[in-house]
Write a protein that binds this ligand. Sequence first.
Ligand SMILES: Cc1cc2nc3c(=O)[nH]c(=O)nc-3n(C[C@H](O)[C@H](O)[C@H](O)COP(=O)(O)OP(=O)(O)OC[C@H]3O[C@@H](n4cnc5c(N)ncnc54)[C@H](O)[C@@H]3O)c2cc1C
Length: 627
Amino acid sequence: MTEEDRETTQVLICGCGPTGALLAGYLCRMGISSIVLEKEASIVTDPRGIVLDDDGIRFLQGLGLYKHIFAEIGPCIDRVRFIGGEHQDLGREPIFSIDIGTSEGNTGHPGMIAHKQPTLEKYLRRVVEFSELSQIRTRCTLTSIHEDKDWVYVTYVDSTGVERQVKSRFLAAADGKTGFTRKNYLEPKGIRLEWAEQAKYDETWVALNWKIHLPTPETHPSFPLWALGYSPQQVYELFFPSGFRLLCNPRRSAVCGRFGPPEDRLWRFEFVVSPGEDEMEMAQLDKIREVVFPYFTHPGKRYDLNIDVKFPEDCIEILRSRPFRFYARSCNKWALGRVILCGDAAHVFPPFGGQGIASGFRDAISLAWRLAIACRSDVDYDQLFMGWYLERKQQLERSLASTVRNGDMVTSSNRLLISIRDWALWTLQLIPSWKHWLELGPRAEAPVSYKYVMGMPFIPEKRGGVYFPQTYCASLSETNRIYFTDDVIFDQNQGTKLFRVVVLLNRLDELAHAVSDLQAVGGISQDVHLDGSAFFVPKGSLPDSAVDGAIPAGFGDRLFRSATAEEFAQSELCIDRPFPRGYNELLMWQASKGMRYVILRPDRFVFAMCQSRLELEQAIKRLVEIF
Ligand SMILES: Cc1cc2nc3c(=O)[nH]c(=O)nc-3n(C[C@H](O)[C@H](O)[C@H](O)COP(=O)(O)OP(=O)(O)OC[C@H]3O[C@@H](n4cnc5c(N)ncnc54)[C@H](O)[C@@H]3O)c2cc1C
């Protein structure tokens, strides 16, 4: 093969699951070319992941997918209920629940959606397909890798069985937990998938996906609830209630809930395989009848009937019934030379926190901008990717801790400890502020703030390394049109420069000063976008006339005020999602602790916060030194 026969791209991505697709999407946004190899012919139709947290929603939004999220990918979950006790009653009062439907976190989004992974992947791929910078090649299997100091060389077998060669600056392996890259290329070089320190969790569960068909008086005339006046939809609601349930049953832990768009009527039930049981056998229908169907048989006395009421089995279409081994593991290194692991290829989670896909997304968005820098400069990429790994590891530990907490609740079987736990939870909930804290779940924690370690690209003494919140804002030029702040900060029309400056004014009369500060530091860095910086001012500080549309000359289209929950609720952004309860419109100002300028990285982490022109100049010069 001659050099001319070898195709060239900036980044080769192996695997087009959620991580690979999101990475390709963000690389396109940053102006970086990529080729994505995917061995399957089409998106895997089996919905594996079904829960995505609010960071995940924020990252989908960042690719312009917001309008598809709640209506098509999956609705918001209202509550996650932890149900205690040895019974099979999904309607039982929970020992406590997490109020997921609020917007009390850092993103302006509800805490979770219950999505359909194939639809999520379809929209992610669409972003890539619409871009000229990237190509997804299906039925293409990566088969060999080697690298030198400048390039990675990859061989793959295409859909016609022909071997092809590509060279790229970097290879991002998003090829899943059994992927080729780690096993065949990196493990022989010393990379290992190790037990995550906090949790040696390793259990086999059976995961079921059901599609529920509505029984009707015509199809099931003898079903006893028709005589009591129930409609088919009401029967569905009774047996397959909304929300997500973690069944902390000491005899057998399980989790269940709806997922995907409501009209699809999809239901997930996962239960643990106990020691001594055969996992394949436990996934067979007769065992499912034994373990799972009791949850869908209601005692007759609930309806004043003398027979039990069983949801008709022929209305349950089994889409998946498979054992699956859940464990918590992470690789000892995620990057070696020009080859980088991300998503499940780098780490795997048990299912209790819905952190699998979200963690892959976090890897991808924080890797994309580093790849963009590494592709166009002679930066020390080893250090760049080491910084990425160290940051991601800190965040991963936090995700793991919340997953482990949930897992401990669900899987505990020590009756004494369970009694103490339930009593403590009951007591805590007598005090409204503690109940509220419990209901916040993982969102009760402060936003992620990286503990600085050499090599992390932010300025710790300038409050860098903090996850910056997203709120809602209104344009002062388009008569109060409502936006998400990320959408105006990372506005695509403002070009592909990576770092954005957020200007947080306390009053409108600070604008002129801020503009001259930005003009004074222009030209120091090619990576910091200053011309298109977004200026924000609190709504409460504006005179009425300005709210009504009086715009300072020249800056109208970059000037925004904070927007209230009520304004957001009346905008089209709130269609198909709940009212943003608990939303704090001043969160950006609170997070910046009085600093006027926030230099924001593309992964929504702060590079530095500055108050004066001098500080801003120093921070931008530091950025130039780092990259
Ligand atoms: C039963 C179950 C329940 C789960 N529940 C949740 C949940 O509720 N929430 C959650 O967030 N996560 C959940 N997960 C995990 C979630 O599905 C994964 O974390 C997620 O799919 C990982 O995405 P990924 O892109 O990193 O890897 P994958 O989705 O595994 O994608 C890897 C891709 O690489 C391709 N590939 C592999 N080798 C090659 C090669 N040599 N050449 C070309 N292509 C290759 C594969 O075909 C695949 O498409 C669950 C998983 C299971 C199985």
